[in-house]
Design a protein around this ligand. Structure first.
Ligand SMILES: *Cc1c(COP(=O)(O)O)cnc(C)c1O
Length: 392
């Protein structure tokens, strides 16, 4: 039986008639740029997240660019971010002429390692972008303390963490600015590209609003240079239909993760990562000698949203498992096969080494976890992994 890594049609087909109705309303309204649908979505998503100011924008990548622009990041500035994340987190910094500085990550939670962050801080550091990778928040308590003391801005990349909480607090409201993506694979999946910028600072909100429309205020008077970063009413209307379902989606993701923990956790040679904070000593973070597969852990003080279920494979055997899964039509993907510091486009920066990130790039595999995944499909994934473990 083949199992897809991700299938958004299962989710959207159950809402099809109401989605079509919402889209039809927008088509008939003749209002295709900003306007009441976008404002309603911003209000509703703000209520859901409990964050005062939300702006619906063109993509998660653009949300990051806007955040950098609103903080006046530019040439001569440095912005620290994890070496192990999607490219957009670094691209936004480079695009504004600033220098992305790559810090290493924790192999237990995959997020920014605070010792490495401290090591990378220089007098030029203007901002830090913690990424809540795979749906679990970075150590925001430590990151905020480190940055707050030094006047460094914190931009949370929440592209994968819609709905995640850090010690009870919602991601996206924990730093200076938060950025989200509604790319179809994210926790709240849209119908194309769009994203969100969040802040609790009124002044930054007004600035971000201007930046979204060419720095314009009032109409045709430009106080600064912004861009066209607007989200469309058509998608805003459809996302309004999906927003009330997100809690159920997150619950299903978490049940799927629990099923993997239960079924895979029983197999010999499989362990669950130890819950430790990001600043745990390096040598406790290695894959145990007797484990071939380490399952991801949800820290008890966080609400993990399981955007991805990413396991680590020891002994250089990752590609063997990948091949085995693909041959048996089990959807899987490597997020991410190369660290940012190792990307060709950043070689001129001579990035510092990030050994944990480099190791992870060779160890990780993400398995199907989307909300509509069936129990029988999880069992099939587990059966194939068991067969791989039993192969001499
Ligand atoms: C998806 C993603 C982005 C970019 O979002 P888009 O909407 O695709 O532009 C940024 N950062 C991370 C960590 C992501 O996973």
């Amino acid at each position: 039986m083949s199992v897809p890594l991700f299938d958004i049609t299962r989710q959207n087909s159950t809402l099809e008639s109401s989605l079509v109705r919402r889209a039809t309303e927008v088509i008939r309204s003749g209002r295709y740029i900003l306007g009441p649908e976008v404002e309603a979505f911003e209000r509703e998503v703000g209520e859901w997240l409990g964050i005062s100011h939300c702006l619906y924008v063109s993509s998660g990548s653009d949300a990051l660019v806007m955040a950098m622009m609103a903080l006046d990041i530019g040439p001569g500035d440095e912005v620290i971010l994890p070496a192990f994340t999607f490219f957009a987190t670094a691209g936004c910094v480079h695009r504004l002429g600033a220098r992305p500085v790559f810090a290493d990550v924790c192999p237990v939670c995959f997020n920014l390692d605070c010792d490495s962050l401290l090591d990378r801080i220089s007098p030029r550091t203007r901002a830090v972008i913690p990424v809540h990778l795979f749906g679990q928040t970075a150590n925001m308590t430590a990151i905020r303390a480190i940055c707050g003391d030094r006047g460094i801005a914190v931009v949370e990349d929440c592209a994968q963490s819609f709905g995640a909480r850090h010690r009870g607090e919602m991601s996206g409201g924990l730093g200076t600015i938060g950025t989200f993506s509604f790319f179809p694979t994210k926790n709240l999946g849209g119908f194309g590209d769009s994203g969100l910028v969040t802040t609790t600072d009124e002044g930054l909100y007004q600035r971000l609003r201007r930046i979204r429309q060419h720095g314009m205020e009032p109409k045709y008077y430009h106080r600064e240079v912004g861009g066209n970063f607007r989200g469309d009413p058509l998608q805003a209307a459809m996302l309004r239909e999906k927003l009330p379902q997100v809690s159920d989606y997150l619950k299903s993701r978490s049940e799927n993760a629990a099923a993997y923990h239960e079924l895979l956790g029983r197999l010999p040679g499989v362990s669950i990562a130890d819950e430790k904070d990001c600043s745990c000593p390096m040598d406790t973070k290695r894959i145990g000698a007797d484990s071939k597969i380490v399952l991801p852990v949800a820290y008890s003080h966080h609400l993990h949203t399981w955007n991805q279920f990413t396991v680590r494979i020891a002994n250089g055997e990752r590609d063997s498992l990948l091949h085995f899964l693909r041959e048996r039509e089990i959807g899987c993907e490597v997020y991410y096969p190369r660290t940012l510091g190792e990307q060709e486009c950043f070689q001129a920066h001579q990035p510092d080494p990030c050994p944990v990130s480099s190791a992870l790039a060779g160890e990780v595999v993400s398995l199907p976890i989307f909300p509509e995944l069936r129990r029988s499909e999880i069992e099939e994934v587990v059966a194939v992994i068991r067969a791989w473990l039993e192969t001499p």
